[in-house]
Design a protein around this ligand. Structure first.
Ligand SMILES: *Cc1c(COP(=O)(O)O)cnc(C)c1O
Length: 424
């Protein structure tokens, strides 16, 4: 009842009652749940009901809620002030930590969100190359900057159109949208428009419209084709960075992108994004170069401390542990689905500590958005409500992936087993 009351108040104050559309529980047959607090792998709502959290703030909280060391470090920092608008040591330490560990990151600039990072990366790519067109892929999400809210047109081949009202159609002319996993289309477009294309941007592990794991060979071809045609390759690692390993997908695939964007984990749950590249490319950013970029709260000291404190906890052993726990959790889900007639079509795919639940008759992984079944939402609604009831919180949208943190340990796994086995 309390959540419903709060949502009613919120509807009057905020469009749709939310500050980001996915929070509205649209299509899920109930109003959003208001959360009060989090601890480890659990979140607790305003009615004091606790859930095992598999949303984890959509990715940033790889150490779980209220991690002790991160909280301590932030508390220590807050006593010294929380914004100066000047140079400070905190961002220096975070930058050094990242640059020491990721060989293809020579310089980095911090911003406040993934969207801002992508916006700057695109401007930088255009500034460096002097070209204007960008290739993006259907099914990859790059935040809500105008030039990324473009979809493939329904009519003439290779004509794009805005996917949101308020985005000028003129921008669609400069964004070419291709299907993931379609190398031939990429070759053809580069042959035709290569000399006008500044960059190709891709989520190397697409995880915003389901988990559309790409083949290594597609991503390797992408690197070759861009390099041979003087096109910059932007890896949007806002989700995959520091999630699939310290060096993200670039390290996992041994592919060196020209520009990388980070977000989510890099701020440990505080608002941080980043653009990273070689010194040569980064020298085009102001004040050194002519590509303008700025931010009043960029490299906010508290956010820098939370990010550094989080990254310092991450190492190969911890990644291995989280991935093992993810595999066990996914097996528990599979077993539950196998035992319930209404879930018999559900499959679970996992990669590192990410998972996605979707209906399919085939064992073949889905690699492009056109292959996602139309009845995805219908299948998800029942499952989401069933899980909520049992005290398990999934990201509230069928296309969102699930996130596992280091806090999802054996105690949590036992609790999950109990919730699903006793629950029918
Ligand atoms: C979340 C996300 C963004 C946008 O980041 P915000 O911080 O929400 O603006 C961009 N790209 C990818 C791949 C993301 O997952």
């Amino acid at each position: 009842m309390k959540s419903e009351e709060l949502f009613k108040r919120s509807l009057d104050l905020v469009p749709g009652g939310v500050h980001s559309p996915v929070r509205s529980f649209k299509g899920l047959g109930r109003t959003p749940i208001f959360m009060e607090k989090g601890a480890g792998a659990y979140i607790t709502d305003v009615e004091d009901k606790s859930y095992i959290d598999f949303c984890m703030s959509f990715g940033p909280l790889i150490l779980g809620h209220c991690h002790k060391k991160v909280a301590e470090d932030v508390k220590k920092a807050i006593g010294k002030g929380w914004s100066f608008g000047t140079c400070e040591r905190y961002s220096l330490e975070l930058a050094e930590h990242i640059i020491e560990r990721i060989p293809y990151v020579e310089q980095i600039r911090f911003v406040n969100s993934g969207t801002e990072a992508v916006m700057t990366a695109l401007r930088l790519a255009r500034g460096v190359t002097g070209k204007s067109k960008i290739i993006k892929f259907n099914g990859c999400y790059h935040g809500h900057t105008d030039s990324m809210l473009i979809k493939a047109g329904s009519g003439l081949a290779q004509m794009s159109e805005a996917s949101s009202k308020g985005v000028p159609e003129s921008l669609a002319n400069d964004t070419i949208v291709l299907e993931l996993n379609d190398e031939q289309a990429l070759i053809e477009v580069i042959e035709k428009h290569g000399n006008q294309i500044a960059a190709v941007i891709v989520e190397p592990l697409p995880a915003n419209n389901g988990l559309l794991v790409q083949t290594d060979s597609f991503l390797v071809s992408l690197r070759k084709l861009t390099k041979n045609n003087d096109i910059l390759l932007i890896f949007d690692e806002v989700i995959s960075g520091f999630r699939v390993g310290m060096g993200g997908m670039a390290e996992k695939l041994s592919i060196r992108p020209d520009i990388i964007t980070y977000g989510k984990i890099i701020g440990g749950g505080f608002p941080v994004g980043a653009i990273a590249a070689s010194k040569e490319i980064m020298s085009h950013l102001a004040p050194l170069g002519g590509v303008y970029q700025a931010g009043t709260l960029s490299a906010n000291p508290l956010a820098m401390v939370a990010g550094l404190s989080t990254l310092k906890e991450l190492n190969d052993d911890l990644y291995f542990k989280i991935e093992q726990e993810t595999s066990v959790i996914v097996e528990i889900f599979r077993k539950y689905f196998a035992q319930n007639e209404s879930y018999s079509k559900l499959k679970v795919i996992n990669y590192a500590s990410l998972f996605w639940i979707y209906p399919s008759d085939s064992e073949e992984p889905i690699r492009s958005i056109d292959l996602i079944p139309n009845d995805l939402g219908k299948h998800f609604e029942g499952l989401f409500m069933d899980f909520l009831d049992k005290g398990i919180y999934l990201s509230p949208n069928a296309y969102e992936v699930g996130f596992v943190s280091s806090a999802h340990d054996s105690n949590i796994i036992n609790d999950l087993r109990e919730k699903l086995e006793n629950g029918k």
